[in-house]
Design a protein around this ligand. Structure first.
Ligand code: MN
Length: 229
């Protein structure tokens, strides 16, 4: 499976006011993909997966490492960097975000569909009335977000789940205006590079098919680790 700081075991503070940070951090690492490039066919095509992982994600990682070279950023988990992202050059925000967001994205997809764990199902039903309502709201957010960016389902620091969208490579961990803060649970990449080869301009169809490959166990595990809900 994918293993990086972004998903390492966190330390839960008594009062959760920010994202859990890994207990032990031993440097930024480009993650393994937990499945083959063709594993998510026919919903996400092989060519898109290969280019997305080997070129786009690798590019974000390499550029982030260049931006971090010789600085304190090399010794800081991404969660910690994002908490004070405004004080760093914009390249750290863009490439660090791109590095981190794709780690979550790969991890929250799987070719093996299983039942949705009851904990995450109940949390969704509590905060969105029904699972279908949640799915509909998330799909609308992902489909209507203008331009490049991400759709998120996150756990808020008030203990409630929420859906939001961010521009470019921003994410809910970043301490910047216009971003609702929380711990990301489910991420969907809506940059055109994530779907254009197969779906061209039909983003709604891509979003619709995404539901066939969601790794609900990974999403549930993030919920548990967040300590928020
Ligand atoms: Mn992408």
């Amino acid at each position: 499976m994918v293993g990086t700081a972004a998903i390492a075991a966190p330390v839960l503070s008594a009062v959760a006011s920010c994202a859990p940070v890994p207990e032990k951090f031993d440097g930024h690492k480009f993650p393994e993909l937990g499945y083959s490039f063709d594993a998510l066919e026919p919903y996400i095509d092989t060519m898109t997966m290969e280019v997305h992982y080997t070129k786009h994600h690798r590019g974000y990682f390499n550029n982030f490492m260049s931006a971090a070279e010789g600085t304190e950023l090399l010794n800081m988990p991404l969660e910690q960097i994002f908490e004070s992202i405004a004080k760093y050059p914009v390249g750290v925000r863009n490439y660090g975000g791109g590095f981190s967001n794709h780690v979550l994205f790969w991890e929250n997809m799987t070719p093996e569909q299983k039942d949705i764990p009851s904990q995450i199902r109940q949390a969704i039903e509590k905060d969105f009335n029904s699972f279908d309502k949640f799915r509909e709201q998330f799909s609308i957010s992902a489909t209507t977000h203008f331009g490049s960016g991400w759709a998120w389902r996150a756990a808020g620091y008030d203990g409630k789940l929420f859906i939001t969208a961010t521009a470019n490579q921003d994410n809910p961990l970043m301490n910047i205006p216009d971003v609702k803060k929380g711990v990301p649970l489910l991420a969907l990449d809506v940059w055109e590079h994530a779907y254009y080869l197969k779906y061209q301009n039909k983003r709604a169809e891509y979003v619709d098919n995404f539901w066939n490959v969601v790794n609900w166990e990974a999403v549930n595990s993030r919920l548990t680790k967040s300590g928020l809900v």
